[in-house]
Write a protein that binds this ligand. Structure first.
Ligand code: CP
Ligand code: NVA
Length: 310
């Protein structure tokens, strides 16, 4: 693995290996035996959008691994405005050992990787959110076990960046996947085609439907995300109306398996795509999921930046 731009770039074995390493690093940290695997290394963190989890979990992850992280705010580098993305990448690569970037257009993260002399990690683009996906499957494995064959993940909402990474992760690992949302907000055809290819290889089943009730039947995992992503703020009111039937609430959870887990990448708009009752209820794994960002990303950082493989 040279960069980490999409879960779709990984083989099933690489993805499983990453999750296994994340579990190991999490156990080590919890038992106080964490190792400084990135001693003296630095990560440059470029943000075009706001963040709580991505910023803090990467920074703390680097600290725990014995390294350091530099936060570069949207006002500083101004990717592509103050200077070209390629030049930013060339220059940053001379100072740091790795680059993590959160961008609007996915093409910018691809350009960063193309011109970088160091590994580049995608901290969310308009196309996907692979670090979130890695943390989510760590959380799913913790709750449902390593063998996800026959298990069903249902995403309720917009065919956005977060669900793109969930589709890739599920189909690589052989987990069944359903997305349900209103017509006109489906996943991009190219993303779906990749999911179909991986599903055929792993033996998982994927489906898309506007019928939210049919979708959640037999679900092991129900996943929600905001209806309007960062950059779509002006569509928020219209989307709130269109997506209203797709709220993840306690009544919807009751239609799934008894031991269904409720997930959300956060930040949540409580009362819109998810209710307080779900966020704070017995099925919620939201806070483990947020914590797992750090453990999953430590595995990604070690995989890309450590001098020796772990
Ligand atoms: N889930 C997630 O990426 O959160 P932030 O936007 O706060 O980083
Ligand atoms: N889909 C959301 C995820 C935020 C972590 C967004 O892009 O704003």
């Amino acid at each position: 693995m040279k960069h980490f731009l999409s879960i779709a770039d990984l083989t099933p074995e690489q993805f499983r290996g990453l999750l296994t390493l994340a579990i190991k690093l999490k156990e080590e940290q919890k038992s106080g035996s964490g190792r400084p695997l990135l001693k003296g290394k630095t990560l440059g963190m470029v943000f075009q959008k706001p963040s709580l989890r991505t910023r803090v979990s990467f920074e703390m992850g680097m600290i725990q691994l014995g390294g350091q992280a530099l936060y570069l705010s949207p006002f500083e580098i101004q990717l592509g405005k103050r200077e070209s993305v390629a030049d930013v990448s060339r220059v940053l690569s001379r100072y740091v050992d790795g680059i993590m970037a959160r961008v609007f257009g996915h093409a910018d993260i691809v350009t960063l990787a193309e011109y970088a002399g160091v590994p580049v990690i995608n901290g969310l683009s308009d196309y996907n959110h692979p670090c979130q996906g890695a943390a989510d499957f760590l959380t799913i494995v913790e709750n449902k076990g390593q063998d996800l064959k026959g298990r069903k993940l249902v995403f309720v909402g917009d065919g956005n960046n977060v669900v793109t990474s969930l589709l890739f992760g599920a189909t690589l690992l052989g987990m069944d996947f359903t997305i349900t949302g209103p017509r006109g907000y489906e996943m991009p055809p190219g993303v779906w085609a990749l999911g179909q290819k991986f599903a055929a290889q792993s033996g998982s089943h994927i489906a898309a439907t506007t019928d939210v009730h049919a979708a959640v039947e037999g679900a092991d995992v129900i996943y929600a995300d905001v209806w309007a992503s960062m950059g779509q703020e002006e569509e928020a009111a219209e989307r709130a109306r269109i997506f209203e039937p797709y709220q993840v609430n306690e009544a919807l959870l009751a239609e799934a398996k008894d031991d269904v887990i409720a997930m959300h990448c956060l930040p949540a708009h409580r009362g819109q795509e998810i209710t307080d009752g779900v966020c704070d209820g017995p099925h919620s794994v939201l806070w483990d999921q947020a914590e797992n960002r750090m453990h999953a990303q430590k595995a990604i950082l070690v995989e890309l930046m450590a001098d020796e493989s772990q």
